[in-house]
Design a protein around this ligand. Structure first.
Ligand SMILES: [Zn+2]
Length: 253
């Protein structure tokens, strides 16, 4: 089954597609938000709201392990995640989408692994699934690559931090992408992210964005997200036998 981890602005997926059933999954890491099994193009797709129903859990408090384990337990093998981001590049404008190809992690206080009791080092050279990335690239108009900078939050970044992130090659910055992608990898699931650019990061644009511009950008992103997700689900080969699904064979244990 394909899974969608929905960030800000994806709840309308549940109004767009028929809900086949809803599942509450208890895992050894905690209870995940209710998962809705949607019918998208005659495929069963598991939708989980990352921040829980009503967008109530802040990024640094999300139980990322419970969310990933719950999807694993109900049979999800491929995950598309949506993440709201700020742009570090004036060529990547609010209202556009970017498919990251790598990340740099600046989070500080999160449980970032399933392997607390044993020594397992998974390869993260290419953290995002190449097959799912390719499917996304052919399903909509997107910026095809870029480094995602993950910050702890909940505060936004300082201007100095943003200039540093830009200097080291970052294209977008957000608070929810890591450790989620790593945990999915540890559970041998294919995972790719769709980043929705809702604003310029601090100090990038000389003009301060108005609230209207941010709201417009979010609306733009929401419509584009629904479109790309719909096309991507149609285009996804759900019998894919991808190397992500055997990654522990090569992990250093
Ligand atoms: Zn894969």
């Amino acid at each position: 089954m394909i899974g969608i981890i929905g960030g800000t602005g994806t709840s309308s997926l549940k109004d767009t597609y028929p809900i086949i059933r809803e599942e509450t999954v208890n895992t050894e890491y905690g209870t995940a938000p209710t998962i809705s099994i949607l019918d998208i193009d005659n495929k069963e797709v598991a939708y989980i709201p990352r921040h829980s129903e009503g967008h109530s859990v802040p990024p640094h408090k999300i139980n990322y392990r419970a969310n990933i384990q719950a999807l694993k337990n109900i049979g999800v093998r491929q995950i598309y995640a949506t993440n709201s981001v700020g742009s570090l590049d004036t060529n990547i404008q609010p209202g556009s989408l970017l498919i990251p190809d790598n990340f740099i992690d600046f989070t500080q206080n999160r449980i970032s692994t399933f392997y607390d009791e044993e020594v397992v080092h998974i390869d993260c050279t290419e953290p995002y699934c190449q097959s799912l990335r390719e499917t996304l690239l052919k399903s909509g108009e997107v910026h095809p690559y870029g480094i995602y900078i993950a910050t702890e939050g909940p505060r936004f970044e300082t201007g100095a931090e943003i200039q540093f992130y830009k200097l080291i090659g970052g294209k977008v910055v957000g608070m929810t992408g890591v450790p989620e992608v790593v945990l999915a990898k540890e559970r041998q699931m294919c995972y790719a992210s769709i980043c929705a650019v809702t604003n310029y990061a601090a100090s990038i644009s000389p003009n301060k964005l108005t609230i209207t511009e941010v709201v417009d950008a979010m609306k733009d992103c929401e419509e584009k997200l629904i479109q790309i997700i719909t096309k991507t689900i149609k285009n996804t080969n759900d019998n894919l036998n991808c190397e992500c699904q055997n990654i522990l064979d090569d992990a250093i244990i």
